[in-house]
Design a protein around this ligand. Structure first.
Ligand code: MMA
Ligand code: CA
Length: 212
């Protein structure tokens, strides 16, 4: 009888352990920078979308789990802003600003280039960017009035993360992007730069859309 009880208990706790390992909230094997989306990962529909390995000085630091949460399949949820993001970076042909905006809308009619209103959102997005692309368009322009930067929803910039000496409108630059590297600056660390809207170098884009 005692043995049976012990066996039952062991099986029960082992079961819990296995279940915990399979849940989003488990940190086994990962380091502390796993991002939790409290509660959401426990929803059966909330799938882990991206597992990104972070590196520092050639050392594997951690894996970051991102969740779809209440977003459409293929999008990543930011619990802080409650916005869904998708980074366009699989294109063979790179895109200028207008094409990037169209590509976002083509995914969903409520989608558009990202409008980044806070440091938290900015950091969240920067984590999603791939070094394979040198820059990523965002929904910010000064087309109507030089130096007056406006998000595509019409709101003026409150938060910004321009690179030093940017925006400089070098030869008429009216569209903003995250810039990884530049021959002029070296590593730009995905600070913002203004670039010509028609330019289509090795560029991706960041789309956003509301959660469902
Ligand atoms: C490039 C281009 C500009 C940027 C400057 C910085 C030469 O132009 O990326 O947008 O402002 O570099 O020197
Ligand atoms: Ca510039």
């Amino acid at each position: 009888m005692k043995v049976l009880l012990v066996v039952t208990l062991v099986v029960f706790f082992l079961g819990c352990f296995v279940r915990a390992q399979n849940s989003c909230n488990d940190v086994t094997g990962y380091d502390t920078c796993i991002k939790f989306f409290d509660g959401l990962c426990f929803r059966p529909t909330a799938t882990v979308q991206v597992q990104k390995t972070c590196w520092e000085n050639g050392r594997k630091l951690c894996k970051t789990n991102y969740c779809t949460g209440p977003c459409e399949e293929g999008w990543i949820y930011n619990l802080d802003s409650r916005v869904c993001y998708k980074v366009l970076m699989n294109k063979e042909v790179s895109m200028n600003w207008s094409k990037a905006q169209r590509e976002c809308t083509a995914l969903n009619r409520f989608a558009k280039l990202a409008e980044i209103k806070s440091r938290t959102e900015n950091d969240f997005i920067k984590d999603l960017l791939s070094p394979r692309f040198n820059a990523f368009w965002i929904g910010l322009r000064d087309v109507n009035q030089e130096g007056h930067w406006v998000w595509t929803d019409g709101t003026a910039v409150t938060f910004s993360d321009w690179h030093r000496n940017e925006p400089n409108n070098a030869g008429n630059e009216d569209c903003a992007l995250f810039h990884r590297n530049s021959v002029w600056w070296g590593s730009a660390g995905y600070k913002w730069n203004d670039a010509p809207c028609w330019y289509a170098g090795n560029y991706g884009a960041v789309c956003q859309m509301p959660a469902q």
